[in-house]
Design a protein around this ligand. Sequence first.
Ligand SMILES: [Zn+2]
Length: 145
Amino acid sequence: MDVFSKKKRSDVMSRIRSKGTKPEERMYVLLRTLLPGEFRIYKHASLPGRPDFLIPKLKLAVFVDGCFFHLCPKHGHIPKSNIPYWKPKLESNAKRDKRNHSKLRRMGFSVYRYWEHDLTNRNIVQTENRVEHMIYKRISTVLVN
Ligand SMILES: [Zn+2]
């Protein structure tokens, strides 16, 4: 499913890298670049958790979550100051995420979550491959069955 030439790909990647783009915008560029044009992408659809991106044709919901507020396994932590405030807040965020993801799954969506740290310049190439794989998997599952 290599829709784009190597040249076009590296153009896209350097565009993503150079701008001071936010993780969510970077993910949009990846999705838009890797998805065939007929697949529409909706932002913040009115569904549980308001997925950052929804591709209805692929029954696919994609989240791009901040490492701190969503307690990423690598960088998430409870700040040492004001623990009584942060601990319940961050833990309930994480619980709510879980609940929303399972609601979406029960509605028939595949849920993929990417972290802020997945979209850094250091990790973006690896993430591009993961996104491509995700799309490929959804296309072969949804459209073939
Ligand atoms: Zn992280």
